[in-house]
Design a protein around this ligand. Structure first.
Ligand code: MLT
Length: 304
């Protein structure tokens, strides 16, 4: 019997993969053979001697002490691509929200009162304050062409954007998935100098931490709109705030709200919702469960 410790609520579609005759899955188990986790941080978790594997139902593994696991021979799995469509859809929504003044317009409509006159007349009179540009024909820079970046690039291109993609580690298989008309940028500077919109799709590593900082922002086009649905630490918050103040960055959309950005008019912030769809939760749970089963029963390692 294998003991699987579940550290977050895991979709039943994933839990059902474990044969109840051979596996016990629970949020508290003695001597776990494996852990199934979504976003809960394991950095302060004691890694028991019984632990053989951790499966992250998601792409990023920065909530797991990967180095400590490697030293102890614990295999860490993730589920690349399983939530890519969900994240892509949110990024496309963010792209439109960064352009068209949908959110401030909605907030304004909620403040209208019938006692101030006919609502339709008030709406008609005030709508001129909410003009925002179309994305068609504008240039989008996609930094990072993994599973999510590729879907975003292809979708934006279908919406009529001119897309620049940058990824020094682009695999041949991934390149095949990219639409032909996407321009392969040779450097980040090419993205910074040309693009009206930039979206980040890289993992958080020592190399990418603080990628968006005062120096990189200074190279970008004035009034650039930036989307960050990858990891908060890719952006230096103080530098972003300064750039928003100077209108060098017009809008910053993120699902990593930090305290200093709350209430800032140039920031559109939501919780980390990229993967929050039932479809994506099912896909991630299914893939993570299958990886664990294949490893525990057959010793096979995929997506580690
Ligand atoms: C991921 O790493 O898969 C995404 O950021 C979504 C999530 O954290 O669940």
């Amino acid at each position: 019997m294998y003991n699987i410790l579940t550290l977050n609520k895991i979709s039943p579609i994933g839990l059902d993969r474990f044969d109840s005759g051979s596996y016990r899955c629970a949020d508290a188990v003695e001597n776990p053979d494996a852990v199934l986790v979504r976003s809960a941080s394991m950095h302060d978790t004691v890694l028991p001697a019984s632990l053989k594997a951790i499966a992250r139902a998601g792409a990023g593994t920065n909530n797991i002490p990967v180095e400590a696991c490697t030293e102890k021979g614990i295999v860490v799995f993730n589920t690349p691509g399983a939530n890519a469509n969900a994240v892509k859809e949110l990024v496309i929504a963010a792209l439109l929200l960064s352009s068209r003044k949908i959110y401030p317009a909605m907030q304004w409509v909620q403040t209208l009162k019938e006692s101030d006159g006919d609502i339709s007349k008030q709406v008609e009179k005030g709508k001129g304050d909410f003009v925002g540009p179309e994305i068609m024909g504008k240039k989008l820079g996609v930094i990072g062409l993994g599973a999510i970046g590729i879907l975003v690039a292809n979708a934006a291109q279908k919406l009529g954007m001119e897309v620049y993609g940058y990824d020094p580690y682009l695999s041949v298989e991934a390149a095949w998935g990219l639409s032909h008309s996407i321009h392969h940028a040779k450097s980040l500077n090419e993205i910074y100098e040309n693009c009206d919109y930039i979206t980040l799709h890289v993992p958080l590593t020592p190399e990418t931490k603080g990628l968006v900082n005062s120096a990189s922002i200074a190279r970008m086009k004035h009034g650039v709109r930036i989307m960050n649905f990858s990891r908060g630490d890719l952006v230096v918050d103080d530098d972003m705030l300064a750039a928003l103040g100077e209108k060098q960055v017009r809008v910053y959309v993120t699902d990593f709200p930090s305290a200093c950005m709350i209430g800032h008019p140039g920031v559109l912030a939501i919780p980390h919702l990229g993967a929050s769809t039932p479809e994506s939760e099912d896909n991630c749970a299914r893939m993570a469960a299958d990886e664990l089963i294949d490893y525990l029963e057959n010793g096979n390692i995929t997506n580690s």
